[in-house]
Each structure stands twice: as structure tokens, then as C-alpha cells.
Design a protein around this ligand. Structure first.
Ligand code: SAM
Length: 249
């Protein structure tokens, strides 16, 4: 991705609570499906962004959290947040890519990834990240999924162009088993998780209409965001983020 677009993305998202759909209620619900998380020593949070879920994981477990993201400015915000909460000794940030993680094999009790595994692809993420998990370690990932097997062709085309790995929940569960995990549970994100993400964005879009953008990168980024918002408003009953909780065999 070119630098100008990356900077546009950083500037747009870094002051928002979250960089993807999600909410604390869902993070806690997923954590509730994980057994004995209070005994965990090491948790890896991949694609952590500015760390909304990282703070929850740090507060609700006793583990050392390794928070990974590609973008330093997001990690800076996360570090400020952790310091404000007095959690700086429990969270270490790593600016590194999710497809080349510099951690030992069989090291983590749990890997967590909210709204980010699509960057590497669900199947590839499950396979590669699994090597970092201890035996019986957990992987929890939220992933965009079809919630209906009948839907408008326009919507199918839109998502296939953006993320061809989007699939029905039943097919994702089968894939989880094929990738060497025991499926523990799954649930769809409540509407509050989308509201958390989209409410600040709607304000930003409104501001951009009031102050027209001349820069072509920013303009095309804003058009993409507006398309995404329209799709969500029109077709939200056909897809959702789904939390998948699984355990390494
Ligand atoms: N988990 C956060 C949340 O729910 O608010 C952020 C989700 S955001 C949709 C996806 C995150 O993945 C961004 O912070 C982005 O910088 C990060 N990301 C994208 N590509 C990455 C990569 N190759 N390696 C690590 N992080 C990456």
C-alpha cells in the first residue's frame, strides 16, 4: 500500500475508539468461552490497532499481552492508553507484520484478533498462527461472515471483490476443524459493535461533506468508506462479524 494512503488511514482512524467493528460486550463474551484464562501467561493480540480489546484482555486476565500491529501510530496510542490505565507493565507493543511474527513456537496460551485476520486471510491465519500456540491453546478471531445463504447478487459481488474468503458460518466452522482446531463456539457481533465503529465515522463523513476534500487519495478513501456505510445500511441482515473461538488440538 502506498505511503499516502497509509497516512490517510492512520489520520482517519487513530483518534477513534476502534479501527474495526467490535465492542467490549463481545470481547468479554468471547473470553467467557475460554476456560481458565486467569492462568494464562502469554496472550498475543494480532492487528491490535489502538488497543480497545487489548485493554480488556489485560484487565480481565493476568497474562502478559503482546500487542502486534503494522502501524506505529496506532501502537503509540495504545501505549498512551495502557499508561493511563496503569497497564503499561502488562502490555508490550510490537510493530511487525502478522504474516511474519517473530515469536517462539508453542509459546502463547491464547491468540486474539478482532477484525484483523482478513489481512492475512482466515485460513492462512489459522494455519500460521497455530504454530505459535501451546497445545490446547486458544485462538479467538472475529471474521466477516455470511449470515444467510440467500442474498442479493450485488452484495455477493461487493464482498467477493473486497474479501473472497467471506463464507457462511457453517463453512468457517468446518475450516476451523480442518485447520487442526476444536471449535469451541461462535456468535455474531451485536449491533452495538457496528455502532461503535460507524458512529464516529458518520461524523467524519459529515464533516468531509461540509469541507470538500481536494486531495485525490483522501477523496477516494472517503468514497470507499461511504460505499461501505451504504452497503451496511442496506444489507446488514445478510452479513456480520462473527467471533470464532477455537482450541488447538
Ligand atoms: N483490533 C482493532 C480493533 O478491533 O479496533 C483493529 C482492527 S483494524 C480493522 C485492523 C488492524 O490490523 C489495523 O490496526 C491495521 O493497522 C492492522 N494490520 C493491517 N495489516 C497488518 C499486518 N500485515 N500486520 C499487522 N497488523 C496489520
Amino acid at each position: 500500500m502506498e505511503q499516502e494512503l497509509i497516512q490517510t488511514i492512520v489520520d482517519f482512524f487513530k483518534n477513534n475508539e476502534r479501527q474495526g467493528p467490535g465492542c467490549e460486550e463481545a470481547t468479554l463474551k468471547a473470553l467467557g468461552l475460554v476456560s481458565e484464562s486467569h492462568y494464562f501467561e502469554h496472550i498475543l493480540d494480532i492487528g491490535c490497532g489502538t488497543g480497545a480489546q487489548t485493554m480488556t484482555l489485560a484487565r480481565k486476565t493476568n497474562a502478559q499481552i503482546f500487542a502486534v500491529d503494522l502501524l506505529a501510530e496506532f501502537l503509540d496510542v495504545l501505549t498512551e492508553r495502557a499508561t493511563r490505565w496503569g497497564l503499561q507493565d502488562r502490555i508490550a507493543v510490537h510493530k511487525t507484520s502478522m504474516d511474519d511474527l517473530p515469536f517462539p513456537r508453542n509459546f502463547f496460551d491464547m491468540i486474539w484478533s478482532e477484525g484483523a485476520i482478513y489481512h492475512i486471510g482466515f485460513e492462512r491465519g489459522l494455519k500460521q498462527w497455530g504454530t505459535l500456540l501451546k497445545r490446547r491453546g486458544y485462538l479467538v478471531a472475529s471474521e466477516i461472515s455470511w449470515t444467510s445463504n440467500e442474498r442479493p447478487q450485488y452484495l455477493t459481488d461487493y464482498w467477493m471483490a473486497s474479501y473472497p474468503e467471506i463464507d457462511l458460518i457453517s463453512n468457517k466452522m468446518k475450516l476451523i476443524e480442518d485447520c487442526g482446531y476444536i471449535p469451541v463456539g461462535c456468535f455474531t457481533l451485536p449491533n452495538a459493535g457496528w455502532d461503535n465503529y460507524y458512529h464516529p465515522i458518520i461524523k467524519q463523513v459529515a464533516l468531509s461533506i461540509a469541507q470538500p476534500i481536494n486531495d485525490s487519495t483522501k477523496k477516494s478513501f472517503m468514497e470507499t468508506i461511504i460505499d461501505e456505510l451504504i452497503i451496511y445500511q442496506r444489507y446488514r441482515e445478510f452479513y456480520n462479524y462473527v467471533f470464532y473461538v477455537m482450541q488447538k488440538k
